[in-house]
Design a protein around this ligand. Structure first.
Ligand code: UTP
Length: 299
């Protein structure tokens, strides 16, 4: 299989769950401790060997492009002030040899449509799709995307990251039916977007990492509006199943659903407690808050 060097980041959604913050700050720019959410996904893509990052944005998301642009004035000021550590942090937002490309999704017609907007840049090669609001943390070990690209290299076809979710949550996800697993991977037999708990074929949910063959673009072009009136990536993958292998992959790592308030809080707690300089202070602050507020966990 051709090497996967391109990762697509669809970030043109409206982020309504984080209003009013997302009135002016894109969801992907909300910080988890010391970095915006999107930086975690970008680092994971680079760790996986990607050197072309395609951001699908809209007119409200200029700050995403600004963030990845070179900040000449800031770099010069940090240099003059002798703030070398901060200078490195700013420069490493996008390391040398990695390029960022921006394409616009003029209307939020759905995740599938956003992916299709990246077609002219991706061309005829397999590629990755990463949803930055699913933050996947695997410590210092291989990130989820690297694991998936390795699997695609071994088995061919496409790969979707999956995780078990509680039965009552199936209507928030694409759900796969993959009856037989060999280790962490199982061939997908069917996939459906946001089924009700009663209709869901399983509780195995697709989370925001995909390795896809370029054929998906043609299928997306033929895909009409699905669940929620949006063009769904899940529906195009469902068609792809009839022609090629799609593997569900249970990645190593912890996923934080940073598209929800609680997920963002959980990620913040985890990264703060794992942070060299902040860990002790964060633990103290948490204990104090629990004591002062008399918080007791129920259930
Ligand atoms: P979500 O379902 O999380 O929607 O999109 P959202 O708009 O970002 O957030 P809420 O639900 O209103 O709070 C999943 C991913 O697909 C992208 C989003 O940016 C997010 O990364 N997306 C969705 C697009 O790029 N374009 C779309 O038309 C829809």
């Amino acid at each position: 299989m051709k090497r996967i060097k391109t990762a697509v980041f669809p970030v043109a959604g409206l982020g309504t769950r984080f209003l009013p913050a997302t009135k002016t700050v894109p969801k992907e720019m909300l910080p988890v401790v010391d970095r915006p959410l999107i930086q975690y996904a970008v680092d994971e893509a680079i760790d996986a060997g990607c050197d072309t990052l395609v951001f699908v944005t809209n007119r409200y998301k200029h700050s995403v492009a600004d963030y990845f642009d070179k900040a000449y004035e800031l770099e010069e000021k940090l240099e003059r002030a002798g703030k070398h550590a901060q200078l490195e942090v700013v420069k490493n937002v996008l390391p040398n040899g990695v390029r960022a490309v921006f394409v616009t999704q003029t209307e939020a017609l759905g995740l599938g449509h956003a992916v299709l907007c990246a077609k002219p840049v991706v061309g005829d090669r397999p590629f990755a799709v990463m949803l930055p609001d699913d933050l996947i943390w695997n410590g210092k070990k291989a990130g989820a995307l690297r694991q998936m690209i390795e699997l695609a290299g071994e088995r061919g076809g496409s790969v979707v990251a999956v995780e078990d979710v509680p039965q009552e949550k199936t209507a928030s996800y694409g759900i796969v039916e993959a009856p037989e697993f060999d280790g962490r991977a199982g061939r997908v037999r069917s996939i459906v977007e946001k089924p009700s708990p009663a209709e869901a074929p399983s509780t195995l949910a697709v989370v925001g990492r995909y390795v896809l063959q370029p054929r998906i673009f043609e299928l997306l072009e033929q895909t009409g509006a699905g669940s929620g009136g949006e063009i769904q990536l899940t529906d195009a993958i469902a068609t792809l199943l009839g022609e090629d292998q799609v593997h569900a992959y249970r990645f190593h790592g912890t996923r934080f659903d940073c598209g929800s308030h609680l997920g963002l809080i959980e990620a913040t707690i985890r990264f703060a407690l794992d942070h060299e300089q902040l860990s002790a202070g964060a633990a103290r602050a948490m204990r104090l808050a629990l004591d002062e507020l008399g918080v007791v966990e129920h259930g």
